[in-house]
Design a protein around this ligand. Structure first.
Ligand code: BG6
Length: 483
């Protein structure tokens, strides 16, 4: 570091979570199942989300710890099936009460809530009775849910996020259960994507109508794509990868219309995204106020048509860790190993510079204020003999990332907060609680969570502050000066 970057007064320092990954209590107080519950119970060989970090029963303790750390913001999501559990559309007052208490508690501690409406937990009733993401009926159901949230919480919640990582949901539809009931995902995903865009637009407009002073934005999952080399076709490959994993969604959110790139792609591939009269006007009317950015890592792309030997070499990261599997889209791009950055135990690129890159990139393209709503370091972790967790690698990663964020602010980018994933350890999308991200350790393993579920007894779920908690606390309390 050659100098200390400065952060604006009132910068929002906090952390991030999602309902299905942190709350547990999946059948408490009237909550009904979500599609992601089923996914987590069937696809993943770790603990499922029925207990998670048991935040549902530890919310007050968690907020007290956030306050002790010095948080000025907390980004979390509301669970749709906790708020509207059945197809009659009736509001579940017990679900509302849980979030009211959480929001009141945050506000009482001067912690600004940043609330996501949708983070992968569509109620099963929406999927089974309305046809889920394939059906236009879902747009009305989502709008009803969004309006209830704005009416009940909008007096205290001013920052709203509509749909978490729509780009990742479409790119990895099979993984997140979004492709349920679709026969030809290559084509059908654009219809699903269109339904999500209509839901997004309805939520943006309803927020502006119902929440005085309310601001709302999308949450793209940003993984910047570097070209593997200065070979010109590697640059085209990187641009293609960026279009198909991120830019299509960012353009639609920022401009309220589909890009010519996407329309041409549909035409060339004979794809009908299911646009009906009035849809484009609705999309155009929904003006976002900011972009919430999730960014953990970068990817690297090369032209797919390279020779097989070079390809094999690039696809093998190292002998000892075996093979990374890189998606290839024939004729467009192939993702590959980046020899310039290290990798986590979970094969994610450790690349704090990607944060500055993403911020510069989004600012240059869209000129909208931004807040970081996810970033972090997933690792295998254990308590030592004194019951402590020493996570210097996480401190190093967060510090390097915060530095890069500061540089982006110096570059002229408008950024108003940093909320890494996650406050406590919680359930990862595909790796149970074994892949830990928290500043606070949750004292339970996947096996213990499975045993507890089978026995029907909740474990104590003790919270243990990691070294990163103490480091982050100093950083926050000095508004980024002590790091
Ligand atoms: C983000 C998601 O993409 O990445 C989170 O919004 C997720 O839900 C996070 O947990 C980290 O990914 P993973 O797979 O390590 O849990």
């Amino acid at each position: 570091y050659d100098h200390d970057p400065k952060f604006p007064e009132g910068f929002l320092w906090g952390a991030s979570s999602a309902a299905w990954q942190v709350e547990g209590a999946t059948d408490a107080d009237g909550r009904t199942p979500a599609i992601i519950d089923l996914n987590s119970q069937t696809k993943v060989p770790f603990a499922d989300n029925s207990i998670a970090a048991d935040h549902y029963h530890h919310a007050h303790e968690d907020v007290e710890l956030m306050a002790e750390c010095g948080f000025t913001s907390y980004r979390f999501s509301l669970a749709w099936p906790r708020i509207i559990p059945h197809s009659d559309g009736k509001v579940n007052e017990a679900g509302i009460a849980f979030y009211n208490e959480l929001i009141d508690d945050l506000v009482a501690h001067n912690i600004t809530p940043i609330v996501t409406l949708y983070h992968y937990d569509m109620p099963v009733w929406v999927d089974e009775e309305l046809g889920g993401w394939k059906s236009r009926k879902t747009v009305d159901a989502f709008e009803h849910y969004a309006r209830v949230c704005f009416e009940r919480f909008g007096d205290r919640v001013k920052y709203w996020l509509a749909i978490n990582e729509q780009n990742m949901q479409i790119c990895y539809g099979d993984w997140l259960g979004v492709d349920k009931g679709c026969d030809d995902w290559f084509r059908d995903k654009w219809r699903v994507n269109h339904i999500m865009n209509l839901c997004h637009a309805k939520a943006v407009n309803a927020c502006h109508e119902l929440v005085p002073g309310g601001k709302i934005g999308p949450v793209p999952g940003m993984v910047p794509i570097y070209p593997f080399s200065s070979e010109p076709m590697d640059q085209i490959a990187a641009m293609n990868a960026e279009e198909f994993t991120e830019k299509i969604w960012n353009d639609t959110d920022a401009y309220g219309e589909y890009s010519t790139f996407l329309k041409n792609y549909w035409k060339n591939n004979d794809i009908d995204p299911g646009i009906e009269p009035g849809d484009e006007e609705l999309m155009k009317s929904a003006k976002i106020d900011f972009i919430a950015v999730n960014c953990y890592r970068s990817n690297t792309a090369r032209w797919a048509a390279a020779n097989a030997a070079a390809q094999a070499q690039l696809m093998n990261k190292t002998g000892e860790k075996g093979k990374l599997i890189f998606p290839t889209v024939p004729g467009q791009y192939q993702l590959c190993y980046n020899p310039y950055v290290p990798y986590t135990d979970w094969d994610w690129e450790i690349d704090p510079v990607s944060m500055r890159y993403v911020m510069r990139y989004l600012w240059d393209h869209y000129h909208l204020p931004m807040v970081v709503t996810e970033n972090g370091f997933g690792a295998h972790e254990h308590k030592d003999e004194n019951g402590e967790v020493h996570d210097q690698y996480r401190i190093d990663f967060l510090r390097d990332t915060v530095y890069q964020l500061g540089l982006a602010i110096e570059d002229g980018v408008e950024i108003f907060g940093y909320n890494p994933w996650s406050f406590t350890d919680l359930l990862s999308t595909g790796n149970g609680i074994e892949k830990r991200y928290g500043l606070v350790y949750i004292d339970a393993t996947d096996d213990e969570l499975n045993e507890a579920k089978a026995a029907g007894v909740l474990p104590p779920m003790k919270r243990i502050k990691k070294d990163s908690f103490h480091w982050y606390s100093k950083l926050i309390k000095s508004n980024g000066a002590e790091w």
